[in-house]
Write a protein that binds this ligand. Structure first.
Ligand code: SF4
Ligand code: SF4
Length: 329
């Protein structure tokens, strides 16, 4: 029997949702099993790093790499799997753009250590011990990978062939990509986003838009939005305008705003900046003719202040991959 192509999946700084997304293929997972020899996946298999190191370079047909680069270990595995794989795919929002772990770029490394290991009310640490890269024990020296100052995307540390967006990617996307690889179908140019659309979530959302001007914003828990009308028109900060299509507008379908997990549409460099620019043309501070400048400023400030959590709204999934990359010191 001919050898099957090898498949690997790795998690760096991520939550495990991308592995669940693969299992969510349901019966199609059997096609994946039939087509590939699953050789490495720390979440599911007991293969070790040394087993991957022993494989010839380029011997893995496809690696789905999920998770951002937060530690020295994440980066080492990114380089190792790049070397061993013919196709390296940034799988899911964390490896594509940094995602939720990327919001860590709003804080310094020392702030993390202090908060988590010393100041957290549920932490009991009378010795004030924080993780170190080297610890001497009677048996020798223990090594821990270092925790980087900044979260980076996979493409910021090594070459990536394709990107599959989503937090997590939807099963139909994964199925399409795996099928294309198995059947040897022509793939788009290297560096492309695959398994998703090129336009915005608004294009696949069935809600009615009225191009209303916005006088302020409301959080989703404050009222029950009309199920037919555009959420943004109702003052809910829906990121659909600035988010790539492909999920089928899943969140607006269940009366929740899109929070942007598919990243920016094709050709848009910075998802947050795109959304801010779009809002700039939608905000309404009323008639300003004859008003003193201070009153105009006050109205603008009040409107902007009603936007909840700037970074967490505009850059929830994309901070390390954005132009800003994180907090500017
Ligand atoms: S802004 Fe949101 S609710 Fe409105 S059309 Fe776009 S995706 Fe749908
Ligand atoms: S609607 Fe937006 S947040 Fe929801 S799954 Fe789609 S891209 Fe992600």
């Amino acid at each position: 029997m001919p050898e099957k192509p090898k498949l690997s999946m790795y998690w760096a700084a991520s939550c495990g949702g991308c592995e669940i997304a693969l299992v969510n293929l349901h019966e199609k997972i059997l096609d994946v099993d039939a087509a590939f020899d699953f050789v490495f996946c720390p979440c599911l298999l007991d293969t070790k790093k040394r087993d991957v190191e022993a494989m010839p370079d380029g011997s893995i047909a496809l690696t789905l790499f999920n998770g951002a680069i937060r530690t020295e270990e994440n980066e080492e595995m990114a380089h190792l799997l790049r070397r061993k794989s013919r196709l390296l795919i940034a799988f899911g929002s964390c490896s594509y753009e940094g995602c939720i772990p990327g919001l860590g770029n709003l804080s310094e490394r020392d702030e993390f250590m202090r908060t988590v290991y010393l100041e957290n009310p549920t932490t009991e640490n009378p010795g004030g011990i924080v993780p170190r890269t080297e610890t001497e024990v009677p048996e020798g020296v223990l090594h821990l990978p270092s925790f980087y100052d900044r979260v980076r995307t996979l493409a910021q540390v090594t070459g990536v062939d394709y990107f599959i967006p989503g937090c997590p990617p939807e099963p139909h996307q994964i199925g399409n990509v795996v099928e294309a690889v198995v059947q040897g179908k022509p793939l788009p140019p290297k560096g492309s986003v695959i398994g998703a659309g090129r336009s915005s979530v608004c294009e696949e959302c069935s809600r009615k838009r009225e191009d209303k001007k916005l006088k302020g914003f409301r959080r989703i828990y404050e009222f029950i939005p009309d199920r037919e009308k555009c959420l943004l028109d109702q003052g809910v900060l829906c990121m659909g305008i600035a988010t790539r299509d492909g999920c089928g507008a899943l969140c607006p379908k269940v009366n929740m705003p899109c929070t942007g997990c598919y990243g920016p549409p094709e050709g848009v460099l910075d998802q947050g900046a795109k959304m801010v620019a779009a809002l700039g043309s939608l905000l309404d501070i009323g008639e300003v003719k004859g008003l003193p400048e201070e009153e105009i400023d006050r109205r603008i400030d009040a409107l902007i202040d009603s936007i909840p959590d700037f970074a967490g709204t505009f850059y929830k999934y994309s901070l390390p991959g954005s132009i800003l990359k994180g907090r500017i010191a």
